[in-house]
Write a protein that binds this ligand. Structure first.
Ligand code: SF4
Ligand code: SF4
Length: 292
């Protein structure tokens, strides 16, 4: 495999250990001397900075335009209803359309098409962008506002933020995606050259891992598997290994160790506290990032 710079850490199931893998890889690469950009794209739960003991600062609000209809100008022609791609506007001919905000993408098509110029741009804040830096790690993230459902738009804002950054400053890039295979995950995966699918040796872990396989196939992306808590006795480990062997995929194993939890609580990555964890992550760093 040629030298990889941008690797996504993903997985079909929340709580499988994605963030543990992402932050420990970032910390280990930084310790070795590499400059790392960590993209915490888990927009519902962007906590990687906490596990790394890093501060983050607000880098901007994520705001979308929403339509505000002037009832005095609107004649109920329904042109806006017709063009809205998400059915966020609905109505009957001759009446003022109803607006369903949660479905709105903020595309402004309705305002552009309105023949009466009855639609003005309102604003809706749906999330926040963050940025943080330590010696060798820069972390960027986006957090969706509580109660807000439009995570694809929040993920898209983070992708735009990522694109503005000069990636030449960094030796390696790690992207920690949301769990699952929905739109925000696919957006984050597209930033990477390769992925690590993190799973755990349980029946649910196995099933969600297979969903992640399908996402990889859809994107035409290469990937390896990381079994988290691999030393917990389970017949599923063998099945995961057989699935990997069928596809010629590498399998890495991260042991369960209470040091991971203790370290996370203290904001210290486990690789800095525990030799067994360090060796497990060193194997991934060597094999995936081609670093000796
Ligand atoms: S396009 Fe303009 S005038 Fe027509 S229904 Fe929509 S807001 Fe009213
Ligand atoms: S901004 Fe776009 S998505 Fe929102 S209501 Fe208008 S046309 Fe629909």
């Amino acid at each position: 495999m040629s030298e990889l710079r941008a690797v996504a850490v993903t997985g079909g199931k929340g709580g499988a250990g994605k963030s543990t893998v992402a932050v420990n890889l970032a910390a280990l690469l930084a310790d070795i001397g590499y400059k790392v950009l960590l993209v915490d794209a888990d927009v519902d739960n962007p906590n990687d900075h906490i596990y790394l003991g890093m501060e983050r600062r607000k880098a901007g609000d994520i705001v979308i335009k929403t339509p505000v209809i002037d009832q005095n100008l609107c004649d109920g022609c329904l042109e806006c209803v017709r063009i809205c791609p998400t059915h966020a506007l609905l109505g009957r001919k001759g009446s003022i359309p109803l607006f369903f905000e949660d479905s709105c993408l903020g595309c402004s098509l309705c305002a552009e098409i309105c023949p009466k110029k009855a639609i003005k741009d309102g604003k809706k804040e749906i999330g926040t962008l963050y940025d943080g830096e330590s010696d060798r790690i820069r972390i960027i993230s986006a957090a969706i506002k509580p109660g807000e459902a439009r995570s694809p738009l929040v993920a898209y804002s983070l992708v735009k933020f990522f694109r503005q950054i000069d990636k030449n400053q960094f030796d390696r890039i790690i992207i920690d995606t949301c769990p699952g295979v929905a739109n925000p995950v696919m957006q984050a995966l597209r930033l990477a050259e390769h992925a690590l699918i993190v799973t755990e040796p349980t029946p649910l872990g196995l099933n969600t891992m297979k969903l992640s396989f399908k996402a990889m196939e859809k994107l035409g992306m290469s990937f390896d598997i990381v079994i988290n808590r691999a030393n917990v006795p389970s017949g599923v480990t063998k099945i995961i290994e057989e699935e990997a062997a069928k596809r010629g995929i590498k399998v890495f194993r991260i042991p369960y160790d209470e040091a991971v939890i203790e370290a996370a609580v203290q904001g210290v990555p486990a690789v800095k506290r525990n030799e067994r964890m360090k060796q497990a992550f060193l194997e991934i760093v060597r094999e995936v990032f081609s670093i000796d």
